[in-house]
Design a protein around this ligand. Structure first.
Ligand code: GZL
Ligand code: ZN
Length: 309
C-alpha cells in the first residue's frame, strides 16, 4: 500500500486533472442510471476526469474495464461490483500497478481487504430489516399462517444477500411466517414479472400474502403478473420494495405498493471526495454509508418531489 501513497503524495494535481476510471456494473434499473448520473455530475463539478465503462452486469467485462484503466495508468480506479466473489486477482493487478481502488455501492469479498481503500455504499442489511419491520407491523393482525414470496436481486450480490438476511432476521422466532417462494430475478422488471408469474401458479390457498422485492423494477414486473391473475397488488398481496425511484413513489401513492425502503444512488459526491483525499495522501475510513429512510403511502406525496431518479 505504501508505494502508491508516496507516488500519490508526490503527484501535483494543480497541473494535470485527476483521472478516475469507473467500472459501472450495468443499466438494469432507475437506481443504477441515477447512480451513474450522480457520479458523472460529481466528477464534472470536481474537475476530475472520469472514464466510465458499463459492464452490462458481466463481471468479466468489469475485469476488462479495470485492465483498460491499468493500461491507461489512471490515478484511481472505482468499481461497483456486480457480485461479491472473484475480485482478489484483478485487485492484485491494480495494486501491482500502484493504482488505489475504491469500491462503490456493493461490496467485494476478498481475503486481503487492504486491496481496496474504502467501500462507499448502503447498509443493505439495514434496508432488509426496515422492510421486515414494515411487514411485521402491517401483518400484525393477520390470523394464521403468512406466506411470504421474495424476488431476490442478482445472486451473490451484496444487496441481494444482505437484504434477504436483514428481512429474515425479523421473522426468525415466528413459526406462523413461511417463505413460500423465493428466487432471483436479477433486479430487472422483465425477470420480476416472469418469476412472479411462476410464484402464482400454485393452488389459491398456497398463494403468498406478502411480496418482498429487492428492488423497485422487480416489484413493477410482479404487479403486472399479480394483476394478470386477477389479484389486487397492495391489497391481496402486500408489497414492499427497495430503492425509492419516482415511479415507485407514484405507485406507492396509488396503493399498489405498500412501502418502499430508500436506497440512495447519489454516491457521486462521496466518491469524488474520497478520490481527492487518496491523491492528497490522506487515509480514509474503510466504510462510508449514505443516509436512508423508508417511504409509505402517507409520506409518498411529500417525498415524491425530493426524488431525483
Ligand atoms: C443497491 C444497488 C442495487 C439496486 C438495484 O445499492 O446495488 O442494484 O437496489 C440495482 O436497483 O440493480
Ligand atoms: Zn441502500
Amino acid at each position: 500500500v505504501e508505494e502508491w501513497m508516496e507516488s500519490a503524495v508526490a503527484r501535483d494535481t494543480s497541473t494535470k486533472p485527476i483521472v478516475l476510471g469507473f467500472s459501472q456494473l450495468g443499466r438494469e434499473s432507475a437506481w443504477r442510471l441515477a447512480n451513474s448520473t450522480s457520479i458523472r455530475n460529481a466528477a464534472a463539478e470536481s474537475g476530475i476526469s472520469l472514464v466510465i465503462k458499463n459492464a452490462e452486469q458481466s463481471q468479466t467485462k468489469q475485469f476488462e474495464a479495470v485492465r483498460s484503466f491499468i493500461r491507461q495508468k489512471v490515478d484511481v480506479i472505482a468499481i461497483a461490483p456486480v457480485v461479491e466473489s472473484g475480485w482478489d486477482g484483478i485487485l492484485q493487478e491494480a495494486r501491482d500497478a500502484g493504482i488505489p481502488v475504491i469500491i462503490v455501492d456493493r461490496s467485494v469479498d476478498v481475503k486481503d481487504t487492504s486491496l481496496f481503500v474504502t467501500t462507499i455504499g448502503s447498509d443493505f442489511y439495514e434496508e432488509g430489516v426496515k422492510a421486515g419491520k414494515y411487514i411485521q407491523d402491517r401483518m400484525r393482525n393477520h390470523p394464521g399462517l403468512i406466506r411470504i414470496a421474495e424476488l431476490q436481486g442478482t445472486s451473490g450480490s451484496t444487496p441481494s444477500i444482505q437484504r434477504g438476511e436483514g428481512f429474515r432476521s425479523i421473522f426468525e422466532t415466528r413459526a406462523d411466517i413461511i417463505f413460500s417462494q423465493s428466487a432471483p430475478a436479477d433486479f430487472t422488471e422483465d425477470n420480476g414479472k416472469q418469476v412472479m408469474k411462476e410464484f402464482l401458479q400454485v393452488p389459491e390457498d398456497e398463494r403468498p400474502q406478502v411480496l418482498f422485492a429487492h428492488n423497485d423494477e422487480m416489484a413493477f414486473g410482479a404487479i403486472q403478473a399479480i394483476e394478470e391473475v386477477g389479484l389486487k397488488p397492495g391489497e391481496d398481496i402486500i408489497i414492499v420494495s427497495v430503492d425509492g425511484s419516482r415511479k415507485a413513489l407514484e405507485i406507492l401513492a396509488s396503493g399498489k405498493i405498500n412501502a418502499v425502503v430508500e436506497c440512495n444512488p447519489l454516491l457521486g459526491p462521496q466518491l469524488m471526495q474520497a478520490t481527492k483525499e487518496i491523491i492528497a495522501g490522506r487515509t480514509l475510513p474503510k466504510r462510508m454509508v449514505p443516509p436512508e429512510d423508508i417511504f409509505t403511502k402517507e409520506s409518498a406525496g411529500r417525498e415524491m418531489y425530493n426524488r431525483r431518479f
